[in-house]
Design a protein around this ligand. Structure first.
Ligand code: BDR
Ligand code: CA
Length: 316
């Protein structure tokens, strides 16, 4: 797996799940501008990897600092000025690769003996650029799983979800690429809520990592309450990783999905034809339901294991 992300509170949990679940072979992490500017999302990814105890062990490359078309509008209202506000996260971090994220992805895919799954939890800018600049890698990509879009309403505009609204052209390129693509939209991610019990479970792990996850989710809860009036915040991004680890975590439905690229009020909306009205062939497996308990079990197990490993005395 390669994880392309824009941390981001929920991206941080996606990273922890990808690092902490023994079934994932994480080849590298790439970053994109989205929740915050590229320098901040990259720094945040490095911090999370350091917290997970793998700082410097995985290649990390920074990618696009803006959408393919249009201006970057960050989600400071949700993720704060740093993109990962809440806990104190000053710690030594590993290095950033000297190559662009798209080049790192190309190298990792080309060098992998097995086809690679691309998981994207931010705007799809890097992934789209990879597919356009290096079409020769397409046969070596097993599938793309992205958090974005919705079969229902949006969270950034009435019908647009943040990752797709931020870079609609990139999402359109990915959805037209012909690659097997799974869409994990708001219609399922809004079921995975970091409730008081979930935050308590992180804290009661008794590890630094568990406490940091609890603090991250407490901050996230505050902004979701203020901005959307949600009682508990939805933890979107780790569901994309969970769906790769255990496909049974989500139920999917093969459907035609288009991205609205024009639209006076709907640019960036995902138009999901669940009832075959367009007569078009399906181009995505769209998540339509979530096994909430199975999802949290996967995530908690990974965070517990990482937290316990990082509190053990260093091996000589
Ligand atoms: C998506 O937008 C970001 O704020 C989150 O990290 C997630 O990837 C949800 O719409
Ligand atoms: Ca994200």
């Amino acid at each position: 797996m390669i994880l392309d992300c824009d941390p981001g509170h929920d991206d941080a949990l996606a990273l922890l799940l990808a690092v902490g679940d023994p079934r994932v072979r994480l080849l590298g992490v790439t970053t994109v501008a989205g929740n915050q500017t590229l320098d901040k999302t990259t720094r945040n990814a490095l911090k999370v990897l350091a917290l997970a105890g793998v700082g410097g062990e995985l290649p990390v490359a920074a990618g696009c600092d803006r959408p393919l078309v249009g201006q970057l509008v960050v989600a400071e209202d949700i993720h704060g000025a740093s993109g990962l506000d809440g806990p104190e996260l000053e710690l030594p971090v590993g290095p950033v690769a000297t190559v662009h994220a798209v080049e790192l992805m190309r190298r990792l895919i080309t060098g992998s003996p097995e086809p690679v799954t691309l998981v994207a939890t931010g705007p799809l800018t890097n992934v789209a650029l990879l597919l356009r600049c290096h079409p020769e890698v397409l046969p070596r990509v097993r599938r793309v799983v992205f958090m974005g879009g919705s079969t229902e309403r949006g969270n950034t505009t009435p019908y647009g979800e943040f990752n797709v609204v931020t870079d609609p052209e990139a999402a359109d390129i990915v959805l037209r690429s012909g690659l097997p693509t799974t869409m994990i939209g708001l219609n399922v991610t809004h079921r995975a809520l970091a409730t008081t019990e979930i935050i308590g479970e992180f804290r009661s792990m008794g590890t630094r990592l568990g406490a940091i996850c609890a603090d991250l989710m407490t901050f996230f809860a505050g902004t979701y309450r203020r901005e959307f009036g949600f009682e508990h915040p939805p933890v979107h991004d780790p569901i994309a990783v969970a769906a790769v680890i255990n496909p049974a975590v989500v139920e999917t439905f093969a459907a035609p999905v288009s991205v609205e690229l024009g639209g006076t009020h709907t640019r960036g909306a995902t138009v999901v034809d669940l009832h075959g009205r367009t007569g078009r062939a399906p181009n995505a497996d769209v998540a339509v339901s979530l096994d909430v308990q199975a999802f949290w079990r996967l995530l908690m197990t990974a965070v517990r294991a990482l937290g316990a490993a990082s509190t053990q005395p260093a091996r000589r």
